[in-house]
Design a binder for this molecule. Sequence first.
Ligand SMILES: Cc1cc2nc3c(=O)[nH]c(=O)nc-3n(C[C@H](O)[C@H](O)[C@H](O)COP(=O)(O)O)c2cc1C
Length: 209
Amino acid sequence: MFYEIDKGHGLPLDPFKCLVVPRPIGWITTLNTKGIVNLAPYSYFNAVGDDPPTVMFSSSAGDGPDRRKDSWRNAEAIGEFVCNMAVWDLREDMNKTSDIVPSDVDEAALAGLEMVPSRLVKPPRVKRSPVHLECRWLKTVMIRQRGDYGPGDNGVVIGQVVAVHIDDRLIKNGRVDLHGVRPIARLGYAEYTVADTIFRMIPPWAGPE
Ligand SMILES: Cc1cc2nc3c(=O)[nH]c(=O)nc-3n(C[C@H](O)[C@H](O)[C@H](O)COP(=O)(O)O)c2cc1C
């Protein structure tokens, strides 16, 4: 099939989310101005560079008066956020934290997740997640919505990674070994995948490792 976005796909559900896959899940911790923890998953999430290490999560408009979802608003207000790696063992907890709750409700507590302090930023980390990226907010790129979801903008929230936690058990022979970690990633609809097959391929321009 072929479709132009402006003319529609003609399917019962929008296929777009199935077409750029898998999308890693940024499980984002922030703090609001009252110090309440906010935790929510974002699959429009990725690393966008490694010098400096930078990440982004993209939020559609929320329901609040200023139309920003809590993670977006808090990342800008406090200037900091943490990305927790979402893994198979935490999938149900991750899902729970996507619930739509008032901004003064701590989703980490709601999901019964133990949080531990970060080192350089104020938002805490999900203890059972094997990798955490402590980030400082850099900028938000606004993208006007087409109207499918009502008025408002999408915000692509970009942060610079200032500190990294890796579970020591993953460091083997000086490398991060992701065997057994099972990061989960989003496909379309309510479908997910697990990164549990790892293969190696050396690019033609690179010498032997
Ligand atoms: C796996 C998963 C991925 C999601 N990805 C996004 C996303 O990329 N952008 C977005 O706006 N909402 C996304 N959501 C929905 C948000 O998690 C949800 O709106 C949440 O309530 C936002 O919380 P917050 O207002 O505390 O930031 C996702 C939900 C799930 C379960």
